[in-house]
Structure formats: C-alpha cells, structure tokens
Design a binder for this molecule. Structure first.
Ligand code: SF4
Ligand code: SF4
Length: 166
C-alpha cells in the first residue's frame, strides 16, 4: 500500500510516527530493533495448515485476525521504517499473508510479539517482559549483570541461548 494510504489507517488508530532519534518505551531505534529481533529464539509453537494458515484462523480465533483494522497493533513507527511497513500492509489482511506475518520481527508491535496461544518457557517469558518494559528494564539488567563493555544485547542473546537449551 502507498505510504499515504497506510497513514490514513494508521493515524485514526492512534498511531505515532517517531523521529529516528525517538524512543519506543524509552528504547532507541537500534536497541528496539535488536531486542525485538531476539524473539527469533522464541518458539511460539504456532500451528499452521499446509497452505500456511494458522489453524486457529479457520475458526476466527487467530491472534492475527484483527491485523488490518488495528494496523498490526503498531502504536509507534520509526520514520526510517515507515515506507517499508506501509509497503507490506495490504487491504483487508493487513500484514497477514498465507505464509504468516510479513513484518520483520524487528518492526512488529510489542502486542504482536507478546501474543501466544500456548505455554512458553520461562526465559522466553522473561524476554517478552523485558521487551514490554523497554530500556528501563534493560538498564536494570545491564547493571545487575555488570555486562558493561560487552554490550547488553549480545550478552542477553548468549544467556538466552544457554537457558533455552536446558
Ligand atoms: S500464536 Fe497466533 S498465529 Fe500462532 S497458532 Fe496461536 S493463534 Fe495462531
Ligand atoms: S503478528 Fe503480524 S500478521 Fe499478526 S497481527 Fe501482528 S502484524 Fe498482523
């Protein structure tokens, strides 16, 4: 969809465009993307049909069912991502496609990343809680584990990988 068309849906839904120097839940662009990207380690245990549809979509209970009407539950979009996000947004289905969500994880809303219909492991839940709270939680994590110099995201990634193996 054209960017302007997308904005006609996004703004009435309460959406905000952030400057690239802005923050989502006090998390800056780079950290926000990196943190969201760590959800690639989460096994949401989604169940899809051979054609790629969520099995629960067929009885209208799929967590992505309202994607078009809620613009993927996005509240804030960084200006840098706007064009890409708008281009992926489709009339009627939003970001949903037969193969699942077309939005890269880095750009998905906290609501979408936090949704799951099965049980998650404790480290997976902790990661989602951290994403939901943003930079304040990250700063606390950073201080608590004293990972200065190493970079909080790689440190977090290593710990997550180890804990998910258990
Ligand atoms: S988390 Fe959402 S997409 Fe995945 S199986 Fe459950 S309802 Fe379907
Ligand atoms: S996960 Fe993707 S397809 Fe599902 S509601 Fe969110 S943005 Fe839409």
């Amino acid at each position: 969809m054209e960017t302007l068309e997308f904005l006609k849906h996004f703004f009435p839904n309460g959406g905000t465009i952030l400057p690239d120097s802005g923050h989502v839940r006090s998390t800056g662009y780079k950290t926000h993307h990196a943190l969201n990207g760590l959800t690639r380690y989460i096994d949401y245990k989604c169940e899809f049909t051979p054609s790629g549809n969520c099995k629960k979509r067929e009885d209208k209970t799929c967590c992505c069912g309202g994607c078009y009407h809620r613009c993927g539950y996005l509240e804030n979009i960084f200006y840098k991502d706007l064009e890409k996000i708008a281009a992926l947004f489709k009339e009627k289905t939003g970001f949903w496609s037969e193969k699942g969500c077309t939005l890269p994880r880095e750009m998905r809303s906290t609501t979408c990343l936090g949704m799951h219909c099965t049980t998650l492991k404790e480290p997976e839940r902790q990661l989602l809680a951290l994403i939901g709270k943003g930079e304040i939680a990250l700063e606390m994590y950073y201080t608590f584990f004293d990972c200065a110099g190493q970079g909080v995201i790689p440190h977090l990634e290593n710990r997550l990988k180890k804990r998910l193996k258990k």
